[in-house]
Ligand binder design. Structure first.
Ligand code: PHB
Length: 388
């Protein structure tokens, strides 16, 4: 062999030996999502976003190859917990991620604390989720964060009497509380109704809402359920009865909006993401996503995309280390997401972002949530109220 080659080979070996052992190991990320069951659309959206992120940004971060291991929890908390345990103990993942619903995130949080493994919450949106473990980082949103601007807009728009109709669990109760507090403070009156999360039948609740003769019904249902709600809203004739529909963006979710038809036209909602968001980053994201996945990205996809962004930024900063160092490195990071500017609050590990007011309009033959107002840098109001 040529002497120079021998020398180069020897130097290469020495360099490899000098690298810390972990740099040669794959950094595994355990992605736990509902890929089956009633919330499978959330899993499908986040999985597609994670794949797209790696296709566009490569599969290395902090000098390590990043391998995503996808597991299906079917939307059942016991399964989430078992899968998180297996990923931590057997696969030795640097982080767990995903968590399609609040109860699933809450089931995994104690394991993250125990094993000191970061848990990147890409979907679940009850305020308390980030308080369940110091290893939780959230890239989705909180219901209080998007609901306060809705209540403010409704009061400004002359709506005086509202019936709230929410799924009866963490995020729904957060939405109900935030709406009621802000709207009654602004002089409005509110009646609260809660619908079961599993197999919801909205009809009896819609009848009660109609009987109350409010100016508007404010609704929260988790992603994927809005189509059924809208169908029953129309069947009960509420759309023709002069009762306006206002909601969080979960109800008029980009994944199902197009199939809702004309009944959705004019619905005003507030949320942190619309596929119609007018920015260069979002246009590129939506185009690439549709091409790769074959469907429109919704806010769950953006939560997944930004979860990967947080993980890659953290791994780059720690040169591939996990654990406490990885959580600390993610705290305070800021980047431009398809949704706009996003920051991970250094103190709470929760997401700070713009919240937009949108209206459903038809454009180029498709229904879109067209943004017409925004509040910048909104923190989770529940935690902001508790801050010293
Ligand atoms: C939640 O369970 O935290 C959750 C799920 C879907 C949503 C919002 C919140 O659209």
């Amino acid at each position: 062999m040529d002497r120079r080659l021998v020398l180069a080979a020897a130097l290469g070996l020495a360099a490899a030996a000098a690298l810390p052992a972990r740099a040669q190991e794959v950094a595994k990320i355990g992605l736990i999502l509902p890929m089956t069951g009633p919330f499978a659309s959330t899993g499908k959206q986040i999985e597609a976003a994670v794949k797209l992120f790696q296709a566009r940004n490569g599969d290395t971060a902090g000098g390590r190859k990043v391998q995503v291991i996808l597991k299906d929890d079917g939307g059942t908390a016991d399964v989430t917990k078992r899968l998180a345990q297996e990923l931590i103990v057997n696969d030795k993942v640097v982080a767990i991620a995903g968590f399609g619903l609040t109860p699933l995130a809450l089931a995994a949080a104690p394991l993250a604390t125990q094993a000191k493994v970061p848990a990147i919450v890409m979907a679940a949106a009850t305020s308390t989720v980030t308080e369940a473990s110091p290893f939780v980082v959230r890239t989705s949103f909180t219901l209080a964060q998007v609901t306060v601007p809705m209540a403010e807009w409704a009061a400004r728009d002359g709506i005086r009497k509202v019936v709230t109709l929410v799924s009866d669990y963490g995020p729904g109760i957060d939405a109900e509380k935030a709406f009621t507090e802000v709207f009654t403070k602004a002089g409005g009156t509110v009646e609260n109704l809660r619908v079961p999360l599993r197999n919801p039948d909205f009809s009896p609740f819609l009848q009660r809402a109609a009987d109350a003769k409010p100016d508007a019904v404010f609704v929260f249902t988790p992603s994927g359920v809005g189509a059924q709600f809208m169908k029953q809203f129309v069947e009960r004739g509420l759309d023709k009865g002069g009762i306006r529909l206002i909601s969080t963006g979960d109800v008029v979710d980009d994944d199902i909006l197009n199939d809702m038809g004309d009944a959705a036209l004019g619905v005003v909602s507030t949320h942190h993401y619309s596929a119609a968001h007018d920015s260069a980053e979002n246009k590129a994201f939506v185009e690439a996503f549709r091409k790769a996945a074959g469907f429109r990205p919704n806010f769950m996809a953006v939560g997944g995309w930004d979860g990967m962004q947080a993980l890659y930024a953290g791994l780059d900063a720690t040169k591939g280390q996990g654990g406490q160092a990885l959580v600390d490195a993610i705290k305070g990071t800021t980047w431009t997401s398809p949704r706009g500017l996003l920051t991970i609050d250094g103190a709470t590990r929760d997401v700070v972002q713009s919240v937009y007011v949108r209206k459903v309009e038809r454009k180029d033959g498709e229904l879109w949530n067209v943004e017409f107002g925004s509040s910048p840098a909104v923190k989770d109001p529940v935690k902001a109220a508790k801050a010293p």
